[in-house]
Design a protein around this ligand. Structure first.
Ligand code: TXA
Ligand code: MG
Length: 350
């Protein structure tokens, strides 16, 4: 398949752009198109068509028991995807849409079985990106879209990542430049007035608490390999080619781990804040910016994980961050990328 690449970075009047019209035409024909959102690039197709959704799974090489998020451009489209929503969900939408919040709701008949992997519920969000909104609106359809990476790879934060993973496997890529948040949306379930976070992401728990009285946080669910409520959490995700270990300890301890791996003849890469980078000696150092700017660290994470695939490192050692605010989503993704391998000062490597 020939993959068309449209560059729409910085264009004025995106809604009228020929790329959007052509891409929307392909979507209506049941094809798959990658597009930017404010979180990561998505791989979009008609959420109402089993055949179109099948093409997403084929392109990604992803197990099809994993439900996809449905993207809408306006509140009118919500009723096409979701059967009902309560007042708490309504408040979340008012406050956080468009934005990186996915809300699990009972699905309508229209949403294809393949989109929700047979579940009676559907995850819906309205992305905060002009290109995404223009494409959804022009196609006139709710778009199912997982992150636009091959299964297991870090999610794409620039058009080039999508091209590397999916060129020849999909009809088109709309390149809108770098995404903003850099990590995926927060996924929540709403029961009465209680909101439960199923996947941490671009909207923090503290932000949710500004509009709802009770936000639950099942860490056991998030960290377990078998997360029943959010099936996507159980697969190894976001991983670079070389194994990643997270190091918990001070700079001296971190350096001693580098030295140990090098002593085994390994080429060692480190993925750390700029503060720690200045204190370490390794074969390859990639910085995530200042550890005081956790949003900046989150934004750079997938980009730098992918950048290690262009190097010859045998192993990557990464820093850990406080589990607070955006640090929650950041550590969730780091632990997944590391397959939960953490080397702490008083722990053995597993
Ligand atoms: O930021 C994002 O959310 C990106 C961009 C492209 O919008 N999309 C994304 O999609 O991350 P995906 O398919 O990679 O992740 C979907 C997540 C998974 O953890 C999945 O299990 C959960 O949402 N999910 C989707 N529908 C669900 C449902 N009905 N019940 C429970 N979890 C659901
Ligand atoms: Mg993904």
């Amino acid at each position: 398949m020939i993959t068309t690449k449209w560059n729409v970075e910085n264009v004025d009047n995106i809604k009228e752009h020929p790329a959007i019209k052509e891409a929307a035409m392909w979507i209506r024909e049941g094809e798959v198109i990658a597009f930017p959102t404010e979180t990561v690039y998505g791989l979009g197709a008609d959420a109402c068509s089993n055949k179109a959704i099948e093409k997403i799974f084929e392109a990604k090489g992803r197990p099809s028991d994993n439900p996809l998020i449905v993207h809408i451009a306006n509140k009118d489209q919500l009723a096409q995807a979701a059967f009902s929503w309560n007042e708490t969900a309504e408040r979340l939408m008012e406050r956080f849409w468009p934005g990186p919040l996915t809300i699990i709701l009972p699905k309508t008949e229209r949403i294809a079985e393949r989109t929700t992997a047979g579940l009676a519920s559907v995850g819906v969000r309205m992305p905060d990106h002009p290109v995404a909104l223009a494409l959804i609106e022009a196609s006139g359809l709710p778009l199912a879209a997982p992150s636009a990476n091959r299964s297991g790879k870090p999610s794409p934060t620039i058009g080039e990542h999508v091209y590397q993973d999916l060129n020849g496997r999909i009809k088109g890529i709309i390149d809108g430049g770098a995404t903003g948040v850099g990590l995926e949306s927060t996924v929540v379930e709403v029961t009465g007035e209680t909101v439960t976070i199923l996947r941490p992401g671009g909207i923090t728990k503290a932000q949710l608490e500004t509009v709802v009285s009770e936000v639950k946080w099942d860490r056991a669910l998030l960290e377990s390999e078998q997360a029943p409520k959010s099936p996507g959490m159980k697969y190894t995700h976001y991983a670079p080619d070389a194994p990643l270990y997270l190091i918990e300890g001070n700079a001296a301890f971190f350096q001693s781990r580098i030295d140990e791996f090098q002593g085994e003849g390994k080429t060692v890469g480190v993925l750390v804040s700029e503060e720690l980078a200045s204190q370490l000696q390794a074969d390859e150092v990639k910085s995530l910016g200042s550890s005081l700017q956790v949003e900046g660290v989150a934004q750079k994470l997938y980009h730098q994980l992918r950048a290690f695939d262009e190097t010859e490192v045998d192993v990557i050692l990464g820093e850990t961050y406080p589990i607070d605010g955006m640090g929650e989503a950041l550590m969730n993704r780091l632990l997944k990328a590391a397959g939960n391998r953490v080397i702490a000062e008083n722990n053995e490597r597993d």
